[in-house]
Design a protein around this ligand. Sequence first.
Ligand code: ZN
Length: 213
Amino acid sequence: MAAVIIISAAAGTAAHIASANTAPMSVVVIDAGHGGIDAGVRGKVSGVKESEINLAIAYRLRDFFDGAGFCAVLTRKSQAGLYGLPTSGFKLRDMQRRREIIEESGADMVISVHQNFYFDGARRGAQVFFSPDSQSSKKLAACIQNSLNAMEGTAEHSPLAGDYYMLRCTYAPSVIVECGFLSNAEDEALLNTAEYRRQIAYAIFAGSVSYFC
Ligand SMILES: [Zn+2]
């Protein structure tokens, strides 16, 4: 019940933004990390591919943003990578294609979705990264991290600055959300469920909308 009320409030906020500016809808690029021959990290227990979880959460996120009146653009739409042929240099081609999509879309916000892995299997919870050179990204990261930290039973973290390619693709606020640790059995079990993927996506969405308020 509480979730329904929050969804209504968030949708109202987005509609307000659109009408107040009489401008085109805000464009949010949702970037599901990895794909194709690059599975990302793997679940320690189930072996689940990070790339699969990223894509599933990206689609849920897209639905939330679309439902609230944003123009949501996905970089990766299938399990395939964005590199063309799986030959030498595929990773750079994959990243460059993502950058092109971000530039072509006229992104007002970019959210990259990933899963974490750490040698210490006890570490868990969601962690948001931002470029140290962007104040707007730092603010967006704080908004999303606060929302993720408010999830029931999670491990709280602070947003962290990081020098990553995906954070240097645009002047628009841009973050990487590591939704959980696939090196932690509890996080992995949760991330293997459709319901938790929806909850994580909703928390990212709600935090992103609060950035505009
Ligand atoms: Zn990743």
